[in-house]
Design a protein. Structure first.
Length: 263
């Protein structure tokens, strides 16, 4: 199981960072057009993974008597991520105005741009560490749940990595340097997976509540960060595309979950 966790966390981090690098090779206009669609699909996968996969498994694992505790863990997780965002740890990882990263004020001093870039990398590393814990907890509960969770995490990491890449380029890093730094921070998810494996093994009874907190993290990112950004585009065509892609993201997770359990 530890080998599976290591592979899943490494694959998730590498895939999201490399895909983001490929997207940024596109012309600015094409990149600008594609980002809202990526964000919409990522929103759907987050909602689907939280509500159709993580929470049902958490409730099942805790049993009827533990359902109240699952609700408390979910609420506590949402509050904790709200506080983290207030401390500017979360916002740098999941800023919902994706293109704003690419249009920093060019009159800022180089030192401030560099400081912003390192802050983004620190926040990204912390968030990916937590993603590794989430993926490990899911695999320790059920293999199929781990696969679904890994896919959802990878989907929502791609827009984040694109934004981070743009911040690094704006700070004066070369494309190669930005790619390697993004890869390095992405692989902190592996460390998170290892930590979770050894820390959660002795207290397997706590796994349902860890899953509830994990669900809270996905819900918070989707509802507090991604959806408000989508509301910036309110023309009919964009709105229909957003609804369709959010629905597609939810459907993909739902189909994977149903197929995994033979429903």
């Amino acid at each position: 199981m530890l080998t599976t966790i290591l592979f899943a966390t490494a694959a998730c981090g590498l895939a999201s960072a490399l895909f983001a690098g490929l997207i940024l090779l596109l012309p600015a206009q094409a990149r600008s057009r594609s980002l809202p669609y990526l964000v919409s699909f990522a929103t759907g996968t987050l909602l689907g993974a939280a509500l159709l996969a993580l929470l049902p498994h958490a409730i099942e694992g805790a049993g009827v008597d533990g359902a109240h505790g699952i609700g408390l863990a979910l609420a506590g997780g949402l509050l904790a991520f709200f506080v983290l965002e207030k401390l500017v740890l979360w916002r740098h990882c999941h800023g919902h105005d994706w293109e704003a990263h690419a249009h920093h004020d060019h009159n800022r001093a180089d030192a401030r741009d560099r400081a912003a870039a390192w802050l983004v990398l620190a926040g990204d590393g912390l968030h990916n560490l937590l993603d590794g814990v989430l993926i490990a907890a899911a695999f320790m509960t059920d293999f199929n749940l781990g696969v679904v969770t890994t896919l959802a995490v990878a989907a929502h990491e791609i827009p984040q990595e694109i934004g981070d890449f743009a911040v690094l380029l704006n700070a004066g890093f070369s494309r190669a340097q930005a790619l390697w730094l993004n890869l390095a921070t992405s692989l902190t998810s592996v460390a998170g997976g290892v930590i979770a494996w050894f820390a959660l093994q002795p207290v397997l009874g706590a796994l349902p509540f860890v899953l509830a907190v994990a669900a809270a993290s996905l819900l918070y990112v989707a509802v507090a960060d991604l959806i408000p950004g989508l509301h910036r585009r309110f023309d009919l065509r964009s709105s229909v595309a957003q609804v369709a892609l959010i629905g597609l993201g939810i459907a993909v997770i739902g189909l994977l979950e149903n197929a995994a359990h033979g429903h």
